[in-house]
Every structure is written in structure tokens, then in C-alpha cells.
Design a protein around this ligand. Structure first.
Ligand SMILES: Nc1ncnc2c1ncn2[C@@H]1O[C@H](COP(=O)(O)OP(=O)(O)OP(=O)(O)O)[C@@H](O)[C@H]1O
Length: 260
């Protein structure tokens, strides 16, 4: 476990987690993980290494999957997926506040929409929004519940590079304001370094690598320390760093390249 999380009661505590879908072998094989309150953890790993399985276990979405181990998460957990999962027959504010049983739900919905840059779009239908705007709405829907833990499974994976950069800025800002603990599954090594306090690499169903990101201030891909971290993480993932074009996201889902 990471030493920096020791002083605080963790927001997430996972012990000896095993999960398997069939007799062929485990997907998670005795995984331990702590996440401190307000800590932003990015989760990398090769395709099929069990990232989504871990996230779904933390979200309580893995009923029916064989497994053992202990999971402790806070009471209020929100999940964001790659697709926004907005209900097409509900207006934006109703999507954002769906299931929120408080008297001022509509006001809270408006505030959350404004926070993600969708002020005044309460009555819009999901199909009237761009992909990036739909993901903004999805973030608003998560944050309106004031989660202590935000679980995000490749939330920006389907967005173009420019929108993705804007979403990074937005997510960092939202996390500074709301301070949830975050577990972000991503294939994008640069995204992990830009956003996270800590990056972990999953392999063989356990945490293989666990590194704190100690980059000061604005995190620039042009910074040599950024490049060193990228190279280290890619090496942990078994991928060579051929990052010759600054600004190009480095994705770690290149199973064939890693094997060659
Ligand atoms: N519902 C399921 N039934 C059977 N096998 C599954 C199921 N869900 C996942 N698996 C298997 O478990 C393994 C881990 O899957 P998981 O989706 O957790 O990986 P991942 O690291 O998130 O992969 P990716 O990066 O490709 O999204 C894979 O081999 C996958 O085929």
C-alpha cells in the first residue's frame, strides 16, 4: 500500500480481492488498494488486466461474479462511464437530478449544469448535445450527489483530443472544488499524469506499480520530468516510449506492440 495514505482513514480500502468469471483463472488475484479522501488515483493496465472489473467491484456492479475479499467504500459513490448514459426521453436537468430526493433538486441540477459549462441548458434534450457536452452532463449528474468517491471508467475515451483536454481542465477544477476521492480508469498515460495524484498499474490482477505524481503546478508534456514519468509508466506497461510528437496522447492499449 502507498505510504502517503497511511495517516488518513482511507476513503477506499480493498483487501485481498479476488474476482473470476470462469474456471480458467482469476481476473483479480488478491488485490490490495487504499485511496485517501480527496486523492485522485489513475488506474492503468493492459487491455484485459481487470481495470473495469475492479471499478465495477467498487461500484457494487459486479453481482453474480465469483469472488472474495474485503471492500470498503464511502456511502456516496458516483460512477461515470465512457458513454454518458443520459436517458434520451428526459430533459437535461431531469437526467442530472434523476433519483435525487431533495426539495431543491432542480436548483441543484442548475448549479451543477452551470459548473460544467452548461448553464441555461436545463430543458435541452440529450440528442441536442455534442458528445463532449453529454459527458459534461454526465459529470454534473455525478457531482450533484456530492460523492465522496467518484469512479470513472474511461470517461473521455470517446472524445476528440481537443475536447479531451478541455475535459481534463474541467475535471481538475471540479475535483479541487468538491474534493472527492477519484479512481479513473484510463488507457492514456498522459491523461493519468496530467490528472492524478497517484498512478497505479494493474497486472495479473494485482497492483504491480504504485507511483505518486510529484510534478509542481501546471503539468506540461514538454516538462522533462513529465517525459521521464511517461517513459517509466510505459515501461511498467511493457510498451516502448516512441513519443516523438508532443501533445499526442500516449495510449497503453497496444497489446500487439507490447508483445512484439
Ligand atoms: N462479464 C464478463 N464475463 C466474462 N468475462 C469477463 C466479463 N467481464 C470481463 N471479463 C474478462 O475479464 C478480464 C478483465 O476484463 P476487464 O474489462 O476488467 O479488463 P480491462 O483492464 O478493463 O480491459 P480494457 O482495458 O480492454 O477495457 C478480460 O479477460 C475479460 O474478457
Amino acid at each position: 500500500m502507498a505510504s502517503h495514505a497511511r495517516e488518513l482513514t482511507p476513503a477506499v480500502r480493498v483487501r485481498n480481492l479476488h474476482r473470476s468469471f470462469n474456471e480458467a483463472g482469476g481476473v483479480l488475484n488478491g488485490l490490495d488498494l487504499d485511496i485517501a479522501p480527496g486523492e485522485f488515483v489513475a488506474l492503468l493496465g493492459r487491455s484485459g488486466s481487470g481495470k473495469s472489473t475492479l471499478l465495477r467491484s467498487l461500484a457494487g456492479l459486479d453481482r453474480g461474479v465469483a469472488g472474495t475479499g474485503r471492500i470498503e467504500v464511502p456511502e456516496k459513490v458516483s460512477v461515470v462511464f465512457q458513454d454518458s448514459r443520459l436517458l434520451p426521453w428526459k430533459r437535461l436537468v431531469d437526467n442530472v437530478t434523476l433519483g435525487l430526493r431533495v426539495p431543491d433538486a432542480a436548483e441543484r441540477g442548475s448549479v451543477a449544469l452551470a459548473e460544467v459549462g452548461l448553464a441555461g441548458r436545463e430543458t435541452a434534450w440529450p440528442h441536442e448535445l455534442s458528445g463532449g457536452e453529454q459527458q459534461r452532463a454526465s459529470l454534473a449528474r455525478s457531482l450533484v450527489r456530492e460523492p465522496q468517491l467518484l469512479l470513472a471508467d474511461e470517461p473521455f475515451g470517446a472524445l476528440d483530443a481537443l475536447t479531451r483536454i478541455r475535459m481534463h481542465t474541467l475535471l481538475r477544477k471540479l475535483c479541487e472544488v468538491h474534493q472527492p476521492a477519484v479512481l479513473l480508469v484510463t488507457h492514456d498515460v498522459d491523461e493519468a499524469i496530467v490528472l492524478a495524484d497517484r498512478v497505479i498499474v494493474l497486472d495479473d490482477g494485482v497492483v504491480r506499480h504504485d507511483a505518486r505524481i510529484d510534478l509542481d503546478g501546471r503539468r506540461s508534456q514538454a516538462d522533462p520530468a513529465f517525459a521521464r514519468l511517461r517513459a517509466q509508466l510505459l515501461s511498467e506497461l511493457g510498451v516502448e516510449d516512441d513519443h516523438d510528437a508532443p501533445g499526442r496522447p500516449v495510449r497503453a492499449d497496444l497489446g500487439e506492440r507490447a508483445a512484439s
